[in-house]
Design a protein around this ligand. Structure first.
Ligand code: GTB
Length: 208
């Protein structure tokens, strides 16, 4: 059965792929699962039909037969569990890949989102110039720790997994800030090449 996901009808990022449907699309493309997309206006997202699917009136959601899911992490995990290619076969490797998914969402994403929101929505506040360095520092600390763990490796734990997919989708939110450039192994040639190789699969598939 072809799943249906939801996405912004008009994404405020103007097509940069920064909204959280992108990680779900990427997971579906990686495993070669075709999908439909239902685009929603901001108004429709808060109406009862969508609230029945998503208690917080957000995107993305995922529907497949009787199953309706919300939360991009849960959706990507579901896709990774049902298809080969995003989670290792051995139980311990699988558990570690899932750990990296959680690390991306619950340890890396919050300071990165705080920074994105500060840069996007708080610029006109009187306290912006004082707050920005604090928010940047919190993101920088996590990036430094992640960079130290990644070292020279291409991916976080062995071959590419849903953990890497989630981490990359979280890090991409920092692109405009320039902060990533300070961590060559997170944004440098090896990681970028590896990321682009994965992305090529996605881009080719979305052209067909
Ligand atoms: N924890 C949830 C998940 O991971 O699925 C968070 C979902 C979420 O924040 N959805 C956002 C949403 O629906 C879209 S992704 N917001 C509307 C609302 O809450 O009313 C966040 C987002 C929005 C816009 C940009 N952008 O323009 O750059 C980037 C990311």
């Amino acid at each position: 059965m072809t799943p249906t996901i939801t996405a912004f009808e008009r994404s405020p990022d103007g097509g940069k792929g920064l909204a959280r449907d992108m990680r779900v699309r990427w997971a579906l493309e990686e495993v070669g699962q075709p999908y439909d997309v239902r685009l929603l206006s901001f108004k429709a997202m808060k109406e009862p039909a969508h609230l029945a699917l998503h208690p917080f009136g957000q995107i993305p959601t995922y529907e497949e037969g009787d199953l309706a899911l919300f939360e991009s992490g849960a959706i990507v995990f579901h896709i990774a569990e049902r298809h080969a290619g995003l989670l290792p076969d051995d139980a311990n490797g699988r558990a570690r890949a899932i750990t990296w998914m959680f690390a991306a969402l619950s340890t890396m994403e919050p300071p990165i989102i705080d920074l994105a929101i500060a840069r996007l929505m708080e610029r006109d506040e009187a306290w912006y110039e004082q707050r920005l360095p604090l928010v940047e520092e919190r993101a920088r600390i996590r990036l430094g720790e992640l960079s130290a763990r990644l070292g020279d490796a291409e991916w976080l734990d062995g071959p590419f997994s849903a953990g890497d997919l989630m981490m990359v989708s979280v890090l991409l939110r920092l692109k405009a800030s320039g902060l990533l450039d300070q961590y060559p192994n997170l944004s440098g040639p090896a990681y970028r090449r590896a990321f682009e190789a994965q992305l090529a699969v996605f881009t080719a598939a979305s052209r067909t």
